[in-house]
Design a protein around this ligand. Structure first.
Ligand SMILES: *Cc1c(COP(=O)(O)O)cnc(C)c1O
Length: 379
């Protein structure tokens, strides 16, 4: 029953070898730019590619400020820090997400609160967010509090799952109404747009990741984007050890972080970003072929939601139930095609099993059925 799927994927990639889920593709200026940093000796914390990359991100996303970081998790940590997430605060996010979001919340000694996702977007559900807040939160002096524990809900961090944009304008309206700061985990959605606006630019801050398995990569890297001058400057300062600029004196005015992206990585990031639009076009084309293929089957292909353009970072399908999901995973992986289920839901992990949560029935329904398919760009 799953053999046609395997044959279809093999015919696309035209190989009898193992097919990975997502591999990086280096066909632009990567080699030239990286060699340039080596020849110049500027491989580390100083160099022109960091500035150039930040400029390119500003231009690409339309955000006023961009701060390159060593990875996406550091970007999330920093974004929440400058947004004012404090010790003991609560931060709303998805249970259906990669661990990085919850880890970054934990670095600030805050705790995640889990709200369900939407079946249409696989991302945070505005309806469920509104229900959770109406039932559990109150606003006092322009701050939001969790009624039962009295703890402050300082931020909401939705994630644009697999590149599919959340209904971010509705989420933003709800966050504004409840005086909760919106930070977008757009780690997976570089280049995806919602109502023609880049994901990551709706919230007070947004972040992207350039890890090896993402749509574009620089080995490891991330970036924070914001339109807020104070937060943008603060993020730059704190990610670079909070050093007060001076020709020779080392004076620091905050506890800083060594979260800067090395010039070596920034060189690769510039070369990859130059090719992003081409990669997205190829990814969307492959997604379109998947969609057509699955139309004549009992398997549901996860299409981009309304009003949005997805980068289709990872293609996803929904099987009938958990048994079928596991049969599909076994068959494809046995036949040299890497597929995988979505992440184990965050509220099921030991660290977060006691977290406050709303109704998570859609997240659990998806966890039982979802499988990611090979999504590497084929040149
Ligand atoms: C990849 C990813 C991150 C950041 O990961 P890094 O590996 O630290 O760059 C954060 N959140 C989500 C949802 C991700 O998929």
């Amino acid at each position: 029953m799953y053999k046609p799927v395997v044959d279809f994927i093999r015919s696309h990639y035209q190989t009898d070898n193992f097919i990975a889920l997502h591999e990086p593709v280096f066909i632009g200026n990567e080699r030239a730019y990286v060699l340039e940093t080596i020849d110049s000796t500027f491989v580390s914390s100083v160099g022109k590619f960091v500035d150039r990359f930040e400029e390119m991100i500003r231009e690409y996303t339309g955000a006023k400020y961009a701060v390159a970081t060593v990875n996406g998790t550091a970007a999330l940590h920093m974004a929440m820090l400058v947004a004012g997430v404090n010790s003991n605060d609560l931060v709303i996010t998805q249970s259906l997400s990669f661990i990085a979001t919850c880890n970054a919340i934990s670095y600030l000694n805050a705790e995640p609160v889990f709200v369900d996702v939407d079946l249409k977007t696989l991302s945070l559900s505005p309806e469920k967010l509104e229900v959770f807040l109406n039932e559990n939160a109150e606003v006092i002096n322009n701050e939001c509090f969790h009624i039962e524990t009295g703890r402050r809900i300082s931020a909401c961090v939705p994630m644009h799952t697999f590149g599919h944009p959340a209904e971010i304008d509705r989420i933003k309206e709800i966050c504004d109404r409840f005086h909760i700061c919106l930070i977008e985990d757009a780690a997976e959605s570089i280049g995806s747009t919602y109502k023609n606006q880049q994901t990551g630019t709706f919230g007070l801050l947004g972040i992207f990741s350039f890890n090896g398995n993402k749509t574009i990569t620089c080995g490891g890297g991330g970036v924070i984007v914001t339109n807020d001058e104070h937060l943008g400057k603060m993020a730059k300062h704190l990610t670079t050890q909070a050093k007060v600029p001076h020709r020779w004196d080392f004076v620091h005015d905050h506890i800083g972080y060594n979260y800067r992206l090395p010039n070596l990585n920034a060189a690769m990031a510039c070369a990859q970003l130059e090719q992003l639009d081409k990669f997205i076009e190829l990814k969307r084309n492959w997604a379109n072929q998947y969609e057509q293929f699955f139309e004549s089957t009992a398997i549901t292909f996860c299409k981009e939601p309304e009003n949005s353009k997805s980068n289709y970072w990872l293609n996803a399908i929904l099987l009938k139930d958990r048994t079928e999901r596991d049969e599909f995973l076994t068959y494809t992986n046995d036949n040299g095609i890497m597929t995988r289920p979505c992440w184990t839901l965050m509220h099921k992990l030991v660290m977060f099993k006691n977290a406050i949560k709303g109704d998570l029935s859609t997240s659990e329904w998806i966890e039982d059925r979802l499988v990611n398919l090979p999504s590497t760009v084929k040149i």
